[in-house]
Design a protein around this ligand. Structure first.
Ligand SMILES: [Zn+2]
Length: 273
């Protein structure tokens, strides 16, 4: 069920594509038992994290942040279109989609099983670095997971190919500016959404395990392409959010994924909105 917030002068709708099963075995840089304890893992190490999406309207436009997994990953995912409808938004009313990155749980929900656009009237904003990495051809040396994600992204973006806007840091559209925060993926992006009442930051996958990585930002995950770069990005974004008192919207932060962070020494603390 969607949640409604008034944040930074915007009416923000918190949506959810579902729950993703993952594991503390993917945590890098923290002892397993400690990690399991902090995130409430079960005895096998399994952890269930939300896949959050957000939506706002401005200037007659309806802007969605990330597109969920569709029916491609786990049966507990792919709920975003129905969550939108039950919140009063038909997918055809979405005019713009901001993508934080092109991993399956953020981009595969752009199309249905037949490869048709779920959002037939939406223009896509994506960082040029992210788009170019996943839309380029494979080199022989890439891991199979990269090859698979590349192939899938060509399906995800095919019906949108004439309405993809590749953006770079500093560019702005509809008050939305991409901030490259690479590491998790080559062009992983946080979106800063400006508003008269203040800004908010959709930080995508800067954090996967919110029970760990906000307090311990140096902890990474094995599915970060470049964990060292990801650590630097996470600290930089957490610093920005704390020092500017920005509301943050996280794709995998415990529901509803919207809140504020404050700095405490070398660590950060999260308060839900
Ligand atoms: Zn993700």
């Amino acid at each position: 069920m969607a949640a409604h917030y008034r944040i930074a002068g915007l009416d923000l709708v918190g949506l959810c594509d579902g729950v993703l099963k993952t594991s503390v075995d993917f945590v890098i840089g923290m002892e397993r038992d400690r990690a399991a304890d902090l995130v409430g893992a079960d005895e096998t190490g399994a952890v269930f994290i939300p896949v959050n999406n957000f939506l706002f309207e401005r200037d007659g436009k309806t802007v969605l942040i990330d597109a969920g997994a569709g029916d491609t990953m786990q049966p507990t995912l792919g709920r975003l279109p129905s969550d939108l409808r039950s919140s009063g938004f038909d997918p055809s009313s979405v005019t713009h989609i901001l993508l934080t990155h092109l991993h399956p749980d953020h981009a595969n929900g752009l199309v249905d099983a037949a490869g048709e656009a779920i959002y037939p009237n939406a223009e896509i904003f994506v960082h040029a670095d992210e788009f170019d990495f996943w839309m380029s051809e494979n080199l022989g040396s890439e891991p199979d997971s990269v090859k698979r994600t590349r192939a899938r992204n060509k399906i995800n973006l095919k019906p949108y190919r004439d309405r993809v806007r590749r953006m770079r840091d500093g560019e702005e559209a509809l008050g939305c500016t991409p901030i490259l925060a690479k590491g998790h993926s080559p062009g992983h992006t946080c979106w800063r959404i400006c508003s008269a009442g203040g800004d908010f930051l959709a930080w995508g996958d800067c954090v996967h395990f919110s029970g760990i990585q906000i307090a311990y930002p140096d902890v990474a995950v094995t599915y970060d392409r470049d964990p060292a770069a990801g650590r630097l990005s996470r600290r930089r974004i957490l610093d920005m959010a704390a020092s500017e008192k920005l509301a943050v919207a996280g794709a995998h932060v415990a529901a509803p994924g919207l809140g504020y962070v404050s700095k405490q020494g070398e660590s950060y603390r999260y308060e839900p909105a």
